[in-house]
Design a protein around this ligand. Structure first.
Ligand code: SF4
Length: 346
């Protein structure tokens, strides 16, 4: 196999190169990223990759194209879908083109390591483009080694970026950080409804949130199971419930966020993020990590909230445990994917 690996940056390349070399596959690194802004950031990431690849003796090709104007012109009309409709496509298309012209038979990408990216879409786009050029697409779920790779990159002193690449991702990354500070608007308050209080006083009290919890988990039977032993937390605005979360104990070090849901009219305002921050603060003295099981679509949200370590996948969880087909947007849910948040870092 002669493999050309599209590479977005040095930190993401660490685990991909290591794991491929463990499989006795030697990739050629291919830098083509006209999606990184501003130019100083582009240069910092590119130069770091140059130094890193030469330090580990991996062959690397650098296609230098900053491409700010083209990028912005092409995504501005459809910012919401810019990653899948343009950014992944141009980078993988150029990789395939170069591969074809230079005798490579297979392509892949380090984008497959990042839990922040739309993993399944990258796979689909990569396979389609590879096929168009008569190449193979080497798929690996590199996400299992994301944290390990990032830790090694930090140890090596590689340049670590703080956002995905484009100016729009820079904006949302820094705005998210601002919004997750726990400065609640006037009249908002957290109301922890702890198991002990409920058991002693109002046994059925937790069920009053059932209707809202069903928005996030459509099975009453499943909710009842974890509600029974779970701690319920409520974010209230005056007398109105805004957001509810249920947390259960897994073992002496671990808790699980079983359900988190915001009432429809309050969605998109960052209350679930505030809730997660509140929960992490609440549990960090007693537990080491918080896990969450999610569908593919919601991984980027949880990773942004610090659930950045991949734990496990429960194959066909939604098929085996729910009577009806579960959909998350257009996605038919099959597997439950677990990520964890290190509470010691909170
Ligand atoms: S967020 Fe990242 S993947 Fe999406 S368009 Fe911007 S640079 Fe590309």
């Amino acid at each position: 196999m002669k493999l050309l690996m599209h590479t977005c940056c040095a930190p993401c390349s660490v685990y991909c190169i290591d794991s491929l070399r463990n499989e006795k596959i030697e990739p050629t690194v291919y830098w083509y990223n006209p999606n990184i802004h501003p130019y100083t950031e582009y240069k910092a990431r590119r130069n770091c990759l140059k130094e890193y690849t030469s330090s580990i003796n991996v062959q690397a090709i650098f296609e230098d194209e900053y491409g700010l104007k083209d990028f912005c012109q092409n995504v501005i009309g459809n910012l919401e879908n810019r990653c899948t409709s343009y950014c992944y496509v141009v980078r993988l298309e150029q990789t395939a083109k170069y591969a074809k012209e230079h005798g490579f038979d297979t392509i892949t990408t380090t984008l497959l390591v990042s839990p922040y990216q739309k993993h399944d879409e990258i796979k689909k786009i990569g396979e389609k483009i590879a096929q168009k050029y008569g190449l193979d697409f080497l798929y690996r779920d590199f996400r299992v080694g994301f944290r390990e790779g990032q830790a090694k990159a930090r140890e090596l002193g590689l340049y670590m970026q703080k956002y995905c690449g484009c100016i729009f991702s820079e904006e949302s990354s820094f705005l998210t950080n601002e919004n997750t500070k726990l400065n609640l608007p006037k009249d908002f308050e957290f109301l922890p409804v702890k198991t002990t209080i409920i058991i002693n006083k109002e046994k059925n009290n937790k069920k009053q949130y059932m209707n809202l919890l069903l928005d996030a988990d459509p099975s009453e039977k499943m909710i009842e199971k974890y509600l029974k032993d779970g701690d319920v937390f409520v974010l209230r605005y005056k007398e109105e419930v805004v957001c509810v979360a249920v947390v259960t104990k897994v073992d002496r070090d671990t808790i699980e966020l079983k359900n988190i849901v915001t009432k429809e009219q309050y969605r998109g305002k960052g209350y679930a993020k505030k809730m997660i921050k509140y929960l992490a603060d609440n549990y960090k003295q007693t537990y080491k990590k918080m896990i969450v099981g999610t569908t593919e679509n919601n991984i980027p949200f949880y990773v942004k909230q610090g659930f950045d370590k991949y734990e496990k996948t429960l194959k066909d969880f939604f098929i085996d445990n729910y009577e009806e087909e579960i959909k998350d947007g257009d996605l038919v849910c099959t597997d439950m994917i677990y990520y964890s948040k290190d509470l010691k870092k909170v």
